[in-house]
Design a protein around this ligand. Structure first.
Ligand code: F3S
Length: 63
């Protein structure tokens, strides 16, 4: 599974890195960045959960 953040959409709500801190982190401005891509085995479901919970639909899951 691949994941990326649509930087145009991210508004810094922080739900992604709260829900899946192994996959996402905050940059210096509070916007999300992906820290591990591809997503390691076992973290797929939480990555999808983070994607569903982003109000801006900025977490883009591929595969
Ligand atoms: Fe940004 Fe959505 Fe996460 S707005 S900080 S990608 S919850």
């Amino acid at each position: 599974m691949r994941v990326r953040i649509d930087q145009e959409r991210c508004q810094g709500h922080g739900r992604c890195y709260a829900l899946a801190p192994e996959v996402f982190a905050a940059d210096d401005d509070g916007f999300a960045e992906v820290v591990t891509d591809p997503v390691p085995p076992g973290l797929e479901e939480r990555t999808r959960l983070a994607a569903r919970n982003c109000p801006e639909e900025a977490v883009v899951v591929e595969g």
